[in-house]
Design a protein around this ligand. Structure first.
Ligand code: PRE
Length: 232
């Protein structure tokens, strides 16, 4: 495992990241004011000023975080032993964001200029983070931010599920409400109960029924012949 030097430390990285403007800044202890963004429910995107990141490059003092090549998941996972937040250097490749967050990145360093790249990385991070990070928020605002992050992932999964359930209706001999399959629905609830032990099965069944019915409603409305296409 190799930690990548701060992009501003003058060392070339695999992504060919240009020098950080604060290259001459000596290493400082990790400042408390930077702890919140890196400890939040969704890893922040660190981008050049005006590029739409959650933090500007200049706001991250050299030495306060461990920089790692964002294309190397093993390095990201290994860097956690340094005890500092791990920032994955994505260079100009926001499409690496989901993999970097899944590997354990606390922040994403982006050199691509422009809000679109930062937005792409932020959206990928928001979708994947609740599956791989657990937040223990101490304030109402932080709690709501963590709930928002979970809801972002839930909404993404709901969209995928609705698309799949709609496809099933076209593949079954009898689709739609006329083709409901109580045994299959009970099996779905039982499988989900294993992963959601805090919810009694009857509560979970209500949730699953609502989701299935929403999927059947969407399938009824959908007149397109296109198979569903999505990207995380
Ligand atoms: O698996 C099916 O047969 C479906 O039609 C999909 C689905 C679901 O949304 O999961 C929807 C209705 C059925 O009662 C069971 C499951």
């Amino acid at each position: 495992m190799t930690a990548t030097p701060h992009p501003g430390a003058g060392a070339a990285t695999r992504n060919g990241v240009p020098a950080h403007p604060s290259a001459a800044t000596p290493a400082r202890p990790f400042a408390a004011s930077f702890a919140a963004p890196f400890g939040g429910p969704v890893p922040p995107v660190v981008a050049p000023t005006g590029a739409g990141g959650d933090l500007d490059h200049d706001a991250v003092p050299a030495g306060s975080v461990t920089f790692v090549d964002g294309a190397d998941p093993g390095a990201i996972a290994g860097a956690r032993r340094h005890g500092r937040p791990v920032v994955a250097n994505l260079g100009e490749r926001p499409e690496l964001a989901a993999a970097a967050v899944a590997a354990g990145a606390d922040g994403l360093w982006l050199e691509a200029s422009g809000a679109a790249a930062a937005g792409q990385a932020r959206e990928a991070a928001a979708r994947i983070a609740p599956l791989v990070r657990s937040a223990v928020p101490g304030t109402l605002a932080d709690c709501r931010a963590a709930i928002d992050a979970v809801d972002a992932a839930l909404a993404t999964l709901l969209e995928h599920r609705v698309a799949l359930a709609g496809r099933v209706q076209r593949l079954k001999p009898v689709g739609g409400r006329a083709g409901r399959d109580p045994q299959r629905e009970a099996a779905i609830v039982a499988a989900m109960a294993e992963r959601a032990p805090s919810l009694p099965p009857e509560s979970l069944a209500r949730v699953v029924t609502a989701i299935i019915e929403a999927g059947l409603d969407a399938a009824e409305r959908d007149e397109s012949d296109e198979p569903p296409v999505w990207r995380l």
